[in-house]
Structure formats: structure tokens, C-alpha cells
Design a protein around this ligand. Structure first.
Ligand SMILES: Nc1ncnc2c1ncn2[C@@H]1O[C@H](COP(=O)(O)OP(=O)(O)OP(=O)(O)O)[C@@H](O)[C@H]1O
Length: 554
């Protein structure tokens, strides 16, 4: 104001703090349909869910499924209801709402979309691609394709995977074939796929190279691990899919019942004639609540199904200063009910010894152990092998896809006690019977943490997760986990005396490793320790190996 003195900077900042805007969520995000996190006490007998054919019920029973998990009991009826009037229009002529599902890792999200999609497509007459499931990695596409194939067996529905497992030409041949029309002397394309399971890169390849993937009749677009698909640069694939689906809206068939236009406001004109809808189904254990991010997916009147958050503070969390403002913008997530989280205070050089302790002393195998780089995974694997007495394997992009597949199978069959992995196995991978997850390197992002620890305590079972924390990491990590809605992470203390008997063997293994990975002979044992336990990529990129090691840097 004219004439008044300028406000001091501190006063200005104080005003800003007071006036900080609060996040207000749209109704659909703020008031979701609640899914119970506790699987075991909320099982729903299969027979209680209406609209599932006897054939699918039998398949479920043959696969040992007598009850639906809470997420399935909520989401299956909702999807079935949206296809209640057939595939061409939604209930009452309205376009069905898109569905977002945010439920903990291992809560059974896959069957929550596989069953209703199969059920809705079962009565189709002509084979056309009507469901497209997009997953971030080849391994996840394989896993979901397997579930679709299992339950589609015995129906006329055909499931095809496009994830680069076969050559492009072979994938193309599995999508469609040309049929010669005898009387018209011409060829007609015939689809060989009802359900396509794919990864973003391969999908775009098929769309761009016009390989015979026709999305004109697409009814369900399933986006699994949806948060990752939004975050990564991959989402350019979505505009390509949308373009392929709605391209018929501009052609001469635009007046037909098959006319498709992108959803906008509902008006009398938009409902006439009724359109074949495209319904998006999003699934994730860490779905963002950020409306701007979700907006990128062009959702139509979305409906959210989400688990209840537990906000109870653990003893550790309560140690954090309560005066610190909690983040207004961070998302809170769901943690599996049967999971117990611990952190272990450690030093860099003790980390490999702790891993050996968890396998050999605490006998928690099968253990899935995560590092932050493939170099770190490889070094730790070599070290454990040199130490001996542990059946270990590594899992990272160092391995070919077929090696990775075999490794996961061996791990699942109990042939491997300790699987040392990068984040390649952090998301979505369903490995039966993992008792314990070790975060050898603390993850940088809370979502990575949730997905990693979610490889145990799946399907209502219990599981343990331990995160190794250096002193400098402790405060920030615990704050991050508490803010994400963890029900509580406890401190686990490993007494030094419990490690002592393994120390001599460990030192010996370290020396042997130094010769395997060719560290300079002038290095001290402590330097080798750090070199083996540190996760820095550059450190092992060769250039550093020739340099004189400067311990002060580390
Ligand atoms: N109703 C059920 N009864 C028994 N087991 C089930 C049932 N539903 C799913 N499962 C099993 O639970 C495990 C976890 O399911 P799924 O992989 O679908 O979890 P998810 O929620 O997708 O996990 P993530 O978020 O980690 O991908 C699988 O092994 C699956 O076979």
C-alpha cells in the first residue's frame, strides 16, 4: 500500500505459510469405494458374486479359488455391471464410467480384471480385439497373459501376447490372417485375437507398422501398474491407442451405430445414436491421487476403488519431530495387512555380512534382496558365492530374458535361497512363497519401497521386510515411509556377536572377489569393502578401477 513501510521478508514468508493452499481433491478421488485391506477376514464366496458363468466358476475352483478377495468382490461386479447391456452400449445407453483401482500389492488385482473382462467378452460372435492390457515390462505381460490364457481355456476367446518374445513377423501372424473371399475375388482380414496383452513399446510398433492390430472394436483398455505408466515417458502410447480406436468417427461409417467419438460432456446429442464405449480400467498398488497426473489418461467420469489407509504412527514414526509440516502433496498408499516392516541400522561394510546373517542364521529364505544397481547386485552375488553355503542367484538386465525366466522359476521352486535383484523384480512379479524381502540398498522413492516389500506378504499371507539403513539415510527414509502411510516400521538390531563367526570367511571371500573383479593390488581391505558394498554405477565402470582410490571421497 502506498505510504506504508515494506513488510519484512520474514513476515512475508509467514503470510505465505499461513495462506498455503490446501489440496482439495475432486469428489471421485476424495470419496472412493472402500476396499478392505484385511483379506483373510473379508473373503467372499465365489457364489455370492452374480453374473459369472458356471464355466468360469469351475475354472476358479479348479485353480483352488473358493473365495474372492475384497478387491475382486468390489471390482468384478462393477465391471460386469458396465457391460451388463452387452458390449455396444453402457447401462441405460450411457457410456460406462472408467474404473481406477488402488489396492495393496498381492491383493489379487489381476483376477479383478481378468474374470469380468473374460465374462463380458465370452458371448461375442465375431473375433475382434476387444480388450487390450498394457503392462510396463515383458515379464509382467507374460504373467498377466498366463492368467488370461488359463481362464480363457475352454472358451472361444483367443489371447495373444505382443511383448517381443517372438519375432515381429510371428506376432503379426498371431494377430490376424487374410481370408480369400471366393465370390468377391478379394481378401478380407480376420482377427485372430480377442484379448491382447502387451508392453507400450511393442504396442506402438504394431500400431505404427500397421501390423494387423485393429483397435476399431476395442471395448476394454486395461492399464496395469498405472502409476508407472503415467510417470514414465511411455504414455505416448496412449494417444496412439486413442487415435486408432476413434479413427472410425471421421469416416463414412460415422453415422452408424459403430460411430466412436472421444468422451466429452453428456448431452442428448452425444447419446444418440448410442456409441460403443471404450472403458479404461486402471490398476495399481500406488495409484497417484494427483488429479493433474490422472487427467493425462483422459478418464471419463472415473470411479475409484481404494483400500482404507492406516494412519497409526509407529514408535519410530512418532520419534520424528511432530513440528515438521507433513507434506500436503505426497500421496498415501496401502500396505499389505500381513507385512511387518523393519529397518536395520548398519554401516556400508557390514551390509553383505547382514545378508549372510539373514540367510544362514535367521533362516528366512526364500529371500528376495534388492540393490540399487545391477553392478551392486552382481558384486553381492559373486561375494555370496565365494563365501559359500548359500544357493544364490542374481536377477537383472545382465541376464537374457530366457535366463531371467528360468531364474524366477528356480526361485519359485525353492532351488534358490537368496535372489539378489535390481528393481527389475520389484513391481508386479508374483513369486509364490517369498518369506522375506531385504532392501540391501534403501530405495530412493517410496513407491519403489512399497513395490519391493510387496513381493512378500501376498494373497493374505504374512511376510517380513528389512531395510538396511546407513546413519545418514535413517531420518529421511523413516520420514518418507511414515508420510506414505506405513502402519509402522520397527528397528531390528543385529548384535555384532551374531556376525562374528562369519567374519573370517567374509574377509577371505572379499580378497578372492578383489582378484575376480581386478581391483588394484595397492588397495587396502577397507577400500575393497567399500568398493564391493557401494552401489555406485560409475565406480565399476572401468574408469574408476584404474584410478587411485581416494577413500576420502567415500
Ligand atoms: N481369490 C483368490 N484366492 C486365492 N488366491 C488368490 C485369489 N486372487 C488372487 N490370488 C493369488 O494372489 C496372488 C497375488 O495376486 P496378484 O498378482 O493379482 O496381486 P496384485 O494385487 O496384482 O499384486 P501387485 O500389486 O504386486 O501386482 C497371486 O498368486 C494370485 O494367484
Amino acid at each position: 500500500q502506498r505510504g506504508s513501510l515494506p513488510r519484512p521478508a520474514s513476515q512475508f514468508l509467514e503470510d505465505l505459510r499461513i495462506n498455503r493452499s490446501k489440496r482439495i481433491l475432486p469428489q471421485w478421488l476424495a470419496k472412493p469405494d472402500v476396499i478392505n485391506r484385511d483379506i483373510k477376514s473379508n473373503l467372499v464366496p465365489i457364489s455370492e458374486i452374480q453374473g459369472i458363468s458356471a464355466q468360469l466358476v469351475k475354472k476358479l475352483e479348479n485353480n483352488g479359488i473358493q473365495h474372492f478377495f475384497p478387491v475382486q468382490a468390489e471390482v468384478i461386479p462393477a465391471i460386469l455391471e458396465s457391460a451388463h447391456q452387452g458390449l455396444l452400449i453402457g447401462r441405460g445407453g450411457y457410456r460406462p464410467r472408467d474404473i481406477c483401482v488402488s489396492a495393496p500389492t498381492g491383493s489379487g488385482k489381476t483376477l479383478a480384471f481378468v474374470i469380468p473382462v473374460l465374462q463380458a467378452l465370452m458371448k461375442r460372435v465375431v473375433c475382434e480385439v476387444r480388450a487390450l492390457a498394457v503392462l510396463p515390462t515383458k515379464e509382467l505381460a507374460q504373467q498377466v497373459c498366463k492368467v488370461f490364457t488359463t481362464y480363457a481355456e475352454g472358451t472361444t476367446l483367443k489371447v495373444v501376447m505382443l511383448a517381443g518374445q517372438k519375432s515381429f513377423a510371428a506376432e503379426q501372424a498371431s494377430l490376424s490372417e487374410m481370408r480369400v473371399q471366393k465370390y468377391f475375388h478379394c481378401g478380407m482380414r480376420r482377427s485372430l485375437a480377442d484379448i491382447v496383452v502387451t508392453t507400450p513399446g511393442r504396442l506402438v510398433d504394431h500400431i505404427n507398422k500397421n501390423s494387423g492390430l485393429c483397435l476399431d472394436q476395442l471395448r476394454f483398455l486395461i492399464i496395469d501398474e498405472a502409476d508407472r505408466m503415467i510417470d514414465s515417458m511411455h504414455h505416448f502410447w496412449l494417444s496412439q491407442v486413442t487415435k486408432s480406436v476413434y479413427r472410425s468417427g471421421s469416416g463414412p461409417e460415422a453415422v452408424s451405430i459403430f460411430k466412436r467419438t472421444e468422451p466429452a460432456f453428456v448431452t442428448a446429442a452425444s447419446l444418440s445414436p448410442p456409441q460403443m464405449p471404450l472403458q479404461k480400467l486402471l490398476f495399481s498398488a500406488t495409484l497417484t491421487q494427483n488429479p493433474e497426473k490422472l487427467q493425462q489418461l483422459g478418464l471419463y467420469q472415473p470411479r475409484l476403488f481404494s483400500s482404507v489407509h492406516s494412519h497409526a504412527n509407529s514408535p519410530t514414526c512418532s520419534q520424528l519431530s511432530t513440528s515438521e509440516p507433513t507434506s500436503q502433496t505426497e500421496d498415501r498408499y496401502n500396505f499389505p495387512e500381513g507385512l511387518t516392516e523393519y529397518y536395520v541400522h548398519c554401516t556400508l561394510t557390514k551390509k553383505p555380512l547382514l545378508v549372510l546373517h539373514f540367510v544362514l542364521r535367521m533362516k528366512l529364505s526364500p529371500i528376495l534382496c534388492f540393490t540399487n544397481s545391477r553392478e551392486a547386485a552382481h558384486r553381492l552375488f559373486l561375494l555370496v558365492q565365494l563365501f559359500g553355503g548359500v544357493q544364490a542367484a542374481e536377477f537383472s538386465s545382465r541376464l537374457s530374458p530366457s535366463e531371467r525366466k528360468r531364474t524366477l522359476k528356480d526361485f519359485e521352486q525353492g532351488k534358490i535361497q537368496l535372489l539378489i535383484s535390481t528393481d527389475a523384480a520389484a513391481r508386479g512379479i508374483d513369486i509364490n512363497g517369498v518369506k522375506c524381502v531385504l532392501n540391501y540398498d534403501a530405495p530412493q522413492y517410496v513407491r519403489t519401497y512399497i513395490h519391493r516389500i510387496g513381493r512378500t506378504a501376498r494373497a493374505g499371507k504374512s511376510g517380513l521386510a528389512f531395510t538396511f539403513l546407513l546413519a545418514v539415510q535413517e531420518k529421511n527414509f523413516l520420514k518418507m515411509v511414515a508420510e506414505a502411510g506405513s502402519p509402522g516400521i520397527r528397528k531390528h538390531i543385529v548384535q555384532p556377536k551374531n556376525l562374528r563367526s562369519m567374519e573370517a570367511g567374509y574377509e577371505q571371500a572379499l580378497l578372492e572377489l578383489a582378484s575376480v573383479i581386478k581391483v588394484p593390488q595397492t588397495w587396502e581391505p577397507s577400500q575393497i569393502h567399500v568398493c564391493v558394498t557401494c552401489s555406485s554405477r560409475q565406480f565399476f565402470s572401468g574408469a574408476y578401477l584404474d584410478m587411485k582410490f581416494n577413500s576420502a571421497v567415500w
